[in-house]
Ligand binder design. Structure first.
Ligand code: NOJ
Length: 554
């Protein structure tokens, strides 16, 4: 059935993203490298720093501006690097400090920036600070962590639960107190109310800034400060009225967090080179997200916006979600949209293969600086990892209901060989490699002009040449059924993006917008000649990017 969509120039709303300052991160495309799974260089089945260096030419040709590398610090790997035991070292499984230095040099030579992960909320339980803290109640580092007495019946001091399940308190028999861990019991939370902790971490920041990193991705940054009185958290049914869940309001975004973020920002700004702070803030609410930018835009440059990750792939829902964020952003703030990462299902698994290219079209044409997750560009999907092969602790707590994060962390598929070019053929990789590597791999797709990889590349390269996409305003169409449509404009450049979320073939009437639309790119990779249009018909699930000109210009 044909559905007619008529555009009206009155029905667009304008966002307030005036991104006209040339800071690189305002329009950059970031790419998350989950280091264990990207490229192994020494045949131990685990990705490493040298592996990333080997793949820099690929990243350059793909067209990304910066990479975020997940933690590579020494760690017992209870949470695969998010349990740090030395903040200024490199875990041997990932290489050496010399490898890091070479990587940063090689990346900069190619014009690729390096953002590293910084886990400030907690350390590993084998970090020397924690070893000292738990050695006796009187140890000078005791107060670097959060200790509380048991209740008279021996139970934990309050009802707080951890994000990986169970109580957030772990009993320490040796000193007879509980310590707090919002994640695994092997990840004790630091006490950021203690100035000595702030000072110690300042040295860590400076260490890496001196090495020339271009910024940090701040892990779980919203949880740094806990409510001083440690009250019980409220428990209520979840948003859909289902299970009882705990609302972590006494650990999330406490007022005292913000002076700390300003402090971190000032440290960054004392260095030359326009470094960036990306923040994992966990928030799904636009007004709260705004707070992480800071009242004077003096906190996190790019708080991650993960809401689209939790939104149904439906035009109206996505439009509402995006408009809410654009409307709620502080003046001149840059949105940093995250559609996939190492903690969540991959795009295809979440939304379906038929939508995959349209998701890329959306992410890479919205106003702001987006981030891709490795493998998105070749349409990698989650893989079933059998229980005996699972390594993520989160997937072992309730394996029937939640397989953990292993399915979305399997190794990058570089070619069709047994180990997909990730590691040597004789080696067992740390996680199994998806069997769909025979077609879903970089080498095969690089040779096919209609592949998903070719589509991503075209989109990324067009984006880098387009001021409208990098810096322009964005205006959304009010009501368009299954089609999400928006204009991006800067100076004389005028682009229209249309995304069909549905299986119908709607007819677009563009006459009020233009008399001449040239299709730059379509998710189906058909590139019709410039069309003098009154109407365009979209295929099912198709998305298109048009350059709008008048007949005179066209
Ligand atoms: C968020 C990270 O993305 C996740 O992988 C990790 O498990 C937790 N923070 C704890 O550090």
């Amino acid at each position: 059935m044909l559905h007619r969509v008529t555009f009206s120039s009155q029905t667009f709303q304008t966002s307030n993203n005036a991104a006209n300052v040339p800071s690189w991160w305002r329009s950059a495309v970031f790419y998350e490298v989950y280091i264990r799974s990207f490229q192994d260089s020494n045949d131990d089945g685990i990705g490493d720093l040298r592996g990333i260096a080997q793949r820099l030419p690929y990243l350059k040709s793909l067209g990304v501006d910066a990479i975020w590398i997940t933690p590579f610090y020494p760690s017992p790997m209870a949470d695969f690097g998010y349990d740090v035991s030395d903040y200024t070292g490199v875990d041997p499984s990932f290489g050496t400090m010399a490898d890091f230095d070479s990587l940063i040099q090689a990346a900069h030579d190619l014009g690729i920036r390096i953002v590293i992960d910084l886990v400030l909320n907690h350390t590993s339980d084998v970090h020397p600070w924690f070893a000292e803290a738990r050695s006796s109640r009187g140890n000078p580092k005791r107060d670097w962590y959060i200790w509380r007495d048991a209740k008279p019946d021996g139970s934990p001091p309050n009802n707080w639960t951890g994000f990986f399940g169970g109580s957030a308190w772990q009993w320490d028999a040796h000193t007879g107190q509980y310590y707090l861990h919002l994640f695994l019991d092997r990840q004790p939370d630091l006490n950021w109310r203690n100035p000595a902790v702030v000072q110690a971490m300042e040295l860590v920041l400076r260490f890496w800034l001196d090495k020339g990193v271009d910024g940090f991705r701040l892990d779980a940054i919203n949880f740094l400060i806990k409510h001083e009185a440690f009250p019980d958290m409220p428990i209520a049914t979840n948003a859909t009225g289902g299970d009882l869940v705990q609302y972590h309001i006494y650990v999330n975004n406490q007022p005292e967090l913000h002076p700390l973020l300003q402090h971190v920002r000032r440290i960054l700004e004392s260095y030359p080179g326009d470094r960036v702070l990306i923040g994992e803030t966990g928030t799904l609410k636009a007004p709260e997200l705004s707070q992480f930018y800071g009242a004077g835009l003096d906190e996190i440059h790019l708080p991650m916006i993960v809401l689209p990750l939790h939104t149904t792939w439906q035009a109206q829902a996505m439009r509402e979600c995006l408009l809410e964020f654009y409307a709620g952003l502080p003046e001149r703030a840059v949105p940093h949209f995250v559609f996939s990462n190492h903690d969540d299902k991959r795009l295809i698994t979440r939304y379906g293969l038929e939508h995959h290219r349209s998701i890329a079209m959306l992410l890479l044409t919205l106003s702001g600086s987006p981030i891709l997750y490795y493998g998105d560009e070749i349409a990698m999907c989650d893989m079933y990892v059998p229980p005996e092969k699972r390594v993520d602790t989160a997937g072992m707590i309730n394996p029937e209901n939640y397989p953990g994060r292993d399915p979305n962390r399997t190794p990058m598929q570089w070619n069709a060989s047994t180990n997909a070019g990730f590691t040597a053929e004789t080696v067992e990789s740390w996680l199994p490699i998806n069997e769909n590597r025979s077609t879903i791999n970089v080498e095969t797709q690089a040779q096919d002009p209609d592949s998903t990889l070719s589509f991503y590349k075209s989109l990324l390269h067009f984006r880098s040449s387009s001021r409208a996409l990098r810096e322009g305003s964005i205006q959304f169409l009010e009501d368009s059924g299954d089609v999400l449509a928006y204009l991006r404009e800067c100076g004389d450049e005028r682009l229209l993006i249309v995304i069909n979320f549905g299986s119908d073939s709607p007819v677009l009437d563009l006459s009020v917008l233009t008399d001449h639309a040239h299709c730059v790119l379509s998710s189906t990779m058909q590139r019709p000649e410039a069309v003098a249009v009154a109407e365009v018909t979209l295929n099912a699930y198709e998305s298109m990017l048009f350059r709008l000109t008048s007949n005179k210009e066209g």
